[in-house]
Design a protein around this ligand. Structure first.
Ligand code: ATP
Ligand code: MG
Length: 426
């Protein structure tokens, strides 16, 4: 055991795993690009104030989970716990609202940091992919965003998922709803956890998604937010659902799906694993935040919607359905060489082939033939090129197909062409 270990809740992603991550990240970039979302990269840390306001100081994230520190000039900074606040800050600071393209359709991929209890699928540093559509609002945009999130999982072959969706209406509708909730819980609030007791007046909707009291009968009998929505909000919600039907997104309306903060409006959704055997079900969360741009000092009336998912949970979902990703673990060629001259030549040939865009490895240590062939197998080489003194003399090498052990003589000057045909032909 070494004296220095990695911090709790972090992980090393070793080469065998990092291939999966690269594959997933590439797929995420591809699907983002098909939906016409462009990447935004914001700093890994921001002023603490941004998250206190942007994420909301009654949330678990701000109250319990932030990595906050003073820099050497005594500024309070925080490692980003999520991506929306930074993206919206950047949207405002860089005046993206003045662009001809509206709404701006942004995506991000990168590490986020939360001080959480470590458990399966929950890390202190984790990678989120998310999108933000900022500027205008339309039920079409809500449906597009949900369809994007949903199809990310479908695209990886994950079958058992469903979207939980709710509408949070507008701030006035939520105000009367909150009053109804206070009335409902107040007489028996002492039966709830400490957090819920403080939530009652500050943020009563959060009681509904308390993890400790989830099974309390008052949660089941609580008033439903949908009953407090006015005509306009209901029409908006129904339009979103209609589009989801048309886009063949499987969803379930869940009236207990809430977000407590004032700037959340209308659509809120989560994507869950639909499999009773999996304990950690939430893969992705998102929703509309029409009040956020203004709250962070941007122009009045700029609307927004987004979601975030973590790659760690996506990997869990893949695991839960026994899906293995189509990852290429092969190299194209291993160059086997015997004798000083051939070894030197192998060095040059390897380099040439690499520069011609083949994946190629050679032996560095003048190993015996058998050991080199073994190494070629370890590398999963599709072909080996075998070079000895005679081959150099005759300017002709043996190229062996490692799948069927068929071997052909190929003139040195024709190696590239030969490989080109074999590996990229058809
Ligand atoms: P949870 O209720 O699981 O704590 P959350 O509401 O804190 O989730 P969001 O802030 O909405 O999560 O983040 C979006 C997604 O990011 C979550 O649905 C989840 O898949 C993932 N996620 C959140 N926290 C972590 C973490 N600590 N490690 C890995 N993935 C995470
Ligand atoms: Mg959380």
């Amino acid at each position: 055991m070494s004296i220095i270990n990695m911090p709790r809740g972090t992980q090393d992603i070793l080469p065998s795993e990092s291939k999966k991550w690269q594959y997933i990240e590439n797929e995420l970039r591809k699907i983002s690009s098909n939906f016409c979302y462009e990447e935004i990269r914001t700093p890994m840390f921001e002023s603490t104030e941004l998250f206190a306001r942007g994420v909301g100081d009654t949330t678990d994230i701000v109250q319990k989970e932030m990595y906050t520190f003073l820099d050497k000039s005594d500024r309070s900074l925080t490692l980003r716990p999520e991506g929306t606040a930074g993206a919206v800050r950047s949207y405002i600071e860089n005046k993206l609202f003045a662009d001809v393209i509206k709404p701006q359709k942004l995506f991000y991929i990168g590490p986020m940091f939360r001080y959480e209890r470590k458990q399966k699928g929950r890390y202190r540093q984790f990678v989120q992919y998310g999108v933000e559509v900022i500027g205008e609002e339309s039920p079409k945009i809500d449906a597009e965003v949900i369809s994007l999130a949903y199809n990310i999982y479908k695209n990886f072959g994950i079958k058992n998922i469903k979207v939980s969706i709710n509408s949070l209406g507008n701030p006035e509708e939520r105000k009367s709803y909150n009053e109804a909730l206070i009335k409902h819980f107040e007489p028996r609030i002492n039966e709830f956890c400490k957090d819920c007791q403080t939530r009652l007046y500050k943020n009563p909707m959060r009681i509904l998604d308390c993890k400790i009291d989830a099974n309390h009968e008052l949660i089941k009998t609580a008033p439903k937010l949908l009953d407090f929505l006015g005509e306009e909000s209901l029409a908006y919600f129904n339009k979103v659902l209609q589009y989801l039907d048309e886009l063949e997104v499987k969803y379930e309306v869940d009236s207990n799906l809430v977000r407590g903060l004032d700037y959340y409006t209308h659509t809120a959704f989560e994507i869950m694993i639909d499999n009773p055997e999996v304990e950690l079900k939430t893969l992705c969360g998102g929703g509309r935040y029409n009040g956020l741009v203004e709250l962070l000092g941007g122009p009045v009336g700029e609307k927004g919607i987004g979601f975030a998912l973590s790659i760690e949970r996506l990997l869990l979902a893949l695991e839960s359905e026994n899906i293995s990703l189509p990852i290429d673990n092969n190299i194209d060629v291993f160059v086997v060489s015997m004798g000083d001259e051939a070894n030197d030549f192998a060095m040059k040939l390897t380099n040439d082939l690499r520069l011609a865009n083949f994946k190629v490895q050679n032996d560095y240590f003048d190993k015996k033939m058998k050991a080199q062939i073994k190494l070629a197998d370890r590398y999963n080489a599709k072909y080996t090129i075998i070079i000895g003194e005679t081959e150099l003399l005759e300017q002709e090498v043996a190229i062996k197909n490692m799948a069927n052990y068929e071997q052909e003589k190929v003139q040195i000057k024709n190696i590239k062409n030969y490989l080109e045909n074999k590996l990229r032909g058809e």
